[in-house]
Design a protein around this ligand. Structure first.
Ligand SMILES: [Fe+2]
Length: 207
């Protein structure tokens, strides 16, 4: 069994300033993300122990712990890659074409994504995802670290809307955080995820 580990960032904690401060990045990566990694490893260990003992009374709770913490680990691992100090203003190529086709224009996509991010009730994520059954790109509201997305949709771009992601910089002014996000998106990473989703993993889902 392989333990989960905290991935290194491709940039310094201060690299996303002024859009996201070094203090937030340091806490978010070294504390919050680390907690999910540790939690996912602990849940797996405890599940193995429970199986050895034949103690299945504890496994439903441990499965919930695993879903939450592994969700947190996966989500943040994608989020860090989606960001870049050299953020591009908008996507190009096939990703740009897909966004135009399914949302009408980049501006319409941006507005719908922003609206999804700002109306999450509680903690969660706004996501641009590839939906393999219809072959569309879609926007999703994702709750906590693990709830509310159909099986098989593949995240391309994720925005963390938990308060830990923005509160030190933006307090309650969420729209300014979302506005800042548009300046630091690594659209090349998002495009590579769409290409991989279309060519590979989606074959496992498509009826
Ligand atoms: Fe987070």
């Amino acid at each position: 069994m392989t333990d989960f580990t905290l991935p290194e960032l491709d940039y310094d904690y201060s690299a996303l300033e002024p859009h996201i401060s070094a203090r937030i990045m340091e806490l978010h990566h070294s504390k919050h993300h680390q907690t999910y990694v540790t939690g996912a490893n602990t849940a797996l260990e405890k599940l193995a122990e429970a199986r050895e003992k034949g103690d299945y009374a504890t496994t439903p709770k441990l499965l919930k712990d695993l879903q939450f913490n592994l969700g947190g680990h996966t989500n943040h691992s994608i989020f860090w890659k989606n960001l870049s100090p050299e953020g591009q203003e908008r996507p190009e190529g096939e990703l740009a074409a897909a966004i135009d086709e399914y949302f009408g224009s980049f501006e319409a996509f941006q507005q719908q994504f922003t609206s999804a991010a700002l109306t999450i009730q509680g903690s969660g994520w706004a996501i641009l995802a590839y939906e393999p059954v219809g072959g569309n790109v879609v926007i999703e509201q994702f709750y906590d670290q693990q709830n509310g997305v159909p099986v098989g949709t593949i995240p391309l771009l994720m925005l963390d809307m938990w308060e830990h992601a923005f509160y030190l910089d933006y307090q309650n002014v969420k729209p300014d955080y979302v506005k800042a996000f548009w300046n630091i998106i690594n659209w090349s990473d998002v495009a590579a995820r769409l290409e991989a989703a279309r060519s590979g993993a989606s074959k496992l889902i498509t009826p």
